[in-house]
Design a protein around this ligand. Structure first.
Ligand code: ADP
Length: 369
């Protein structure tokens, strides 16, 4: 019966680490009385683990289903320092801490999502694309590197802080996406007035101190413009491809184009352009509130600049449910929706999911002396 209980607990997944409790060596002593009562010890990684209640409940439900068990008591305790060291060693898979898992040898498909100016819907699309990719069964990570205008936690309804297992940071998971944002490390709405080296250090920490596990896709929400962070990330994520978000407005396309060009300078290929807020559909007619042609124009200019074809990946209409979802922390793509904006985002996420980590079209990094 002990084995049946362990088997049942192997189906319970730690919500932060996304690994079964049994593999994490979190299951301690199990005792079963002759009347069919089971006492099961579950060893949490840290005291005050925010996932404790969920783990307790799911473990209890799993063990209750074991034939012959009538009642279950889950006893939550905390790992000893040496048990935690063993867990960390296992999570890091023999790699030292402070190692950037997304260097040139990574198998993760990485996308930097940028825009020329703010307010074009870059974060909204990044959050929804991440959820859509997770819906397709991919293992997805999302870094909110929009240090000054971080909004990803709000978009995905994340209020909890990351759990720390000593120096390892476990990212909160929402809609199947592992998320880390500078917003999780500052109090309230404090403005972030950091200088370049501090930003560089924060981004480095997001890559190396966070337990990402094996990811299929990593999306990075860049700050608008062509700043330090884009360059830092370009260097730290050599295999990343750039996606540029723009509106149909022709006057904004030049600045959008510049944000894509930064990626080219640090050696990133451009994956494509997304045009957001393309039109408003009312009573069967399309109203082009912000004009038309901006997305096409940016794709064409970036094709010329890079010497390879840069595609317009899609056009997202103006959508009240998309906006409401991002305002309320319930992303549209996390709901069952046939809203045109949801379908357009889904179609783009399929293009992302179907793309390989091929090296064709990648430029050699240009350095200035
Ligand atoms: P950025 O990250 O580019 O600064 P946001 O993602 O924060 O922009 O979006 C700015 C605002 O526009 C948000 O309130 C968001 O909900 C809204 N928004 C974004 N895309 C759309 C769209 N297609 N339809 C309606 N509202 C949108």
């Amino acid at each position: 019966m002990q084995e049946a209980i362990l088997e049942a607990l192997s189906k319970v997944i730690d919500p932060e680490l996304r690994i079964p409790l049994t593999e994490l060596e979190m299951v301690g002593e199990i005792s079963i009385s002759s009347e069919g009562h089971a006492d099961v010890q579950i060893k949490l990684t840290i005291t005050g683990c925010p996932a404790a209640r969920k783990i307790e409940l799911e473990s209890k439900q799993a063990v209750e289903k074991v034939p012959g068990i009538n009642s279950v008591n889950i006893k939550l305790t905390v790992m000893t320092a040496s048990e935690r060291d063993a867990l960390k060693a296992k999570l890091l898979g023999g790699k030292p801490l402070k190692h950037n898992p997304f260097d040139k040898d990574t198998l993760t498909n990485i996308f930097l999502i940028g825009s020329g100016k703010g307010g074009v819907g870059k974060s909204t699309l990044t959050a929804n694309l991440a959820v859509s990719l997770a819906n397709q069964g991919l293992r997805v990570g999302l870094i909110d590197a929009d240090i000054y205008g971080f909004s990803i936690p709000g978009q995905l309804g994340i209020t909890e802080k990351p759990t720390r297992v000593d120096e390892l940071i476990l990212p909160p998971v929402a809609y199947g996406v592992k998320v880390i944002s500078i917003g999780m490390f500052i109090e309230g709405n404090t403005p972030v007035a950091w200088r370049g080296p501090m930003l560089h250090r924060a981004i480095e920490q997001f890559l190396s101190d966070v337990f990402w596990g094996d990811l299929d896709v990593l999306l990075v929400d860049l700050p608008p413009g062509t700043g330090d962070i884009a360059i830092t990330l370009g260097q730290l994520l050599p295999t990343a491809k750039t996606i540029v978000v723009t509106t149909p407005q022709i006057s904004a396309s030049e600045v959008a184009e510049r944000s894509g060009a930064v990626g080219l300078q640090t050696g990133q290929a451009i994956f494509g352009v997304i045009e957001n807020m393309s039109y408003l559909e009312t009573a069967g007619a399309r109203m082009e509130l912000f004009g038309s042609g901006g997305g096409e124009l940016v794709a064409k200019s970036l094709s010329e600049l890079s010497g390879t074809k840069v595609a317009l990946l899609g056009q997202i209409p103006i959508s009240v449910p998309l906006r409401q979802g991002s305002d309320t922390g319930k992303p549209l793509l996390g709901q069952d929706s046939d809203e045109p904006a949801a379908l357009a985002i889904q179609a783009i996420s399929s293009q992302i999911a179907g793309s390989g980590r091929e090296l064709a079209g990648r430029r050699l990094p240009l350095t200035t002396k």
